[in-house]
Design a protein around this ligand. Structure first.
Ligand code: NAP
Length: 299
C-alpha cells in the first residue's frame, strides 16, 4: 500500500487516468495539476494549481510519458493552462522525491541532476518496453490493414530489428499467417529468428530481399530503409516505421517513388490508452512501493 505517500501528478493524457486510479486504490495521497477539465472524480484526490509549494512534501512527481518539451512545458490534455517545470518547483522538493516520466529530454535530465533528484524513465525499462510492444504491434497491424488491399494472411512481411518491439511484431504477423522475414545484425538474433520460424537475414542484405515485399515494419531507430532499399521495393509495398522520430526511412524518396511510407509514433497511447495507462501505472506504483519499503528498512 502507499498510505501516507504524497504524489504530485502534473499533466498528461488519458493514460494518466489509469495511473490516478491505481495510486488511489493503493491509498496514496494524490494531488493533480492540469486536470481542471477532467470530469471523472477520484476519491481522496485533490486538484491544485501548479505552484512550487506543492512539491514541498512530495515523494514523487509524476509527469506525462513525454516528460517536458525543450522549454520545460508539460503537455496537459485536460487543461488550457500552461504548466512549466522550473527550478522553483524542483528546488523545493525533498531529496527523496523521485521524478517519474516515460522518457526524458535534456531539459528534464539537467533540471533533475541540478537538484539531485532521481529521474526514472519508465520506457527505458525492459519490462515496460515489452508490455508496450503489445499495443504497438496491434496499432501497427491496424495501420497495415488500413493501408493495404490484401490480407495479412499470406502477405510477405519484413520486420527490421528483433528487439522488444520487433519480436512481438514478427510473432503477431506470423500468428496471422504472414510470411515473415526478419532483418537482424547479431548471430544470436539470427539463430533465434530461425528457431521461431521467421526467415532471417542480415541487415546489409536488406536491399537484396526487398523485391517481393508487401509490408515493412521498421523498429531500428537509424536510417535503414534507404533510397537504395526503397528502389528495390515493389510499388504496392507499404512501409510502417515504428522507430522513434525521425524514424529509419527515407520518406522523401519513398514519396518520390510513390511508395506509401508512414511514421507511426506513440501507438500504445493512440490505440489502447487504457492498456498503455495500466502498463505505466503498474510499473510506476511498484517503483514507488519498492522505494518506500527500502526507505522503511533503512530507518
Ligand atoms: P530495442 O529493444 O532496443 O530494439 C531495437 C532493435 O534495433 C534491436 O534489435 C537492435 O539490434 C536493432 N538495431 C539498432 N541499431 C541497429 C543498426 N544500426 N543496425 C541493425 N539493427 C539495429 O528497442 P524497442 O523497444 O524494440 O524499440 C524500437 C524502436 O521503436 C525505438 O525507437 C522505440 O522508441 C520505438 N517504439 C515505438 C513505438 C510506437 O508506438 N511507434 C512503441 C514502442 C517503441 P540488437 O538487438 O542487435 O541491438
Amino acid at each position: 500500500m502507499l498510505t501516507g505517500i504524497q504524489v504530485v501528478l502534473a499533466g498528461g493524457d488519458a493514460r494518466q487516468l489509469e495511473v490516478i486510479r491505481r495510486l488511489t486504490e493503493l491509498d496514496a495521497s494524490v494531488t493533480l495539476v492540469g486536470f481542471d477539465r477532467l470530469d471523472t472524480s477520484f476519491n481522496g484526490v485533490v486538484k491544485a494549481e501548479w505552484a512550487p509549494e506543492l512539491m514541498r512534501h512530495a515523494d514523487a512527481l509524476v509527469l506525462p510519458v513525454v516528460g517536458t518539451d525543450d522549454d520545460g512545458i508539460i503537455s496537459a490534455l485536460f487543461t488550457d493552462l500552461e504548466l512549466k517545470l522550473t527550478d522553483a518547483h524542483l528546488s523545493i522538493a525533498p531529496k527523496k522525491c523521485k521524478v517519474i516520466t516515460g522518457m526524458a529530454n535534456s531539459y528534464l535530465k539537467t533540471l533533475c541532476a541540478k537538484h539531485e533528484l532521481e529521474l526514472v524513465e519508465l520506457f527505458e525499462r525492459d519490462d515496460v518496453a515489452i508490455y508496450n510492444s503489445i499495443p504497438t504491434a496491434e496499432g501497427a497491424l491496424m495501420m497495415a490493414i488500413q493501408n493495404t488491399d490484401i490480407t495479412i494472411h499470406g502477405s510477405n512481411c519484413m520486420v527490421l530489428g528483433l528487439g522488444r518491439t520487433g519480436f512481438t511484431m514478427a510473432r503477431t504477423l506470423q500468428a496471422l499467417g504472414a510470411n515473415v522475414k526478419a532483418g537482424v545484425r547479431r548471430d544470436e538474433s539470427y539463430a533465434r529468428a530461425y528457431e521461431m520460424g521467421f526467415f532471417p537475414f542480415y541487415m546489409p542484405d536488406l536491399a537484396r530481399y526487398a523485391g517481393n515485399i508487401d509490408l515493412i515494419f521498421n523498429t531500428i531507430p537509424t536510417m535503414i530503409v534507404t533510397a537504395q532499399v526503397i528502389a528495390q521495393l515493389p510499388l504496392r509495398a507499404c512501409i510502417i516505421d515504428l522507430a522513434s522520430k525521425p524514424g529509419g526511412t527515407d520518406f522523401r524518396f519513398a514519396e518520390k517513388r510513390g511508395i506509401k511510407a508512414l511514421l507511426a509514433p506513440g501507438l500504445p497511447g493512440i490505440v489502447a490508452p487504457r492498456t498503455a495507462g495500466r502498463i505505466i501505472a503498474n510499473c510506476l506504483t511498484q517503483i514507488i512501493m519498492d522505494d518506500t519499503q527500502l526507505r522503511g528498512n533503512q530507518v
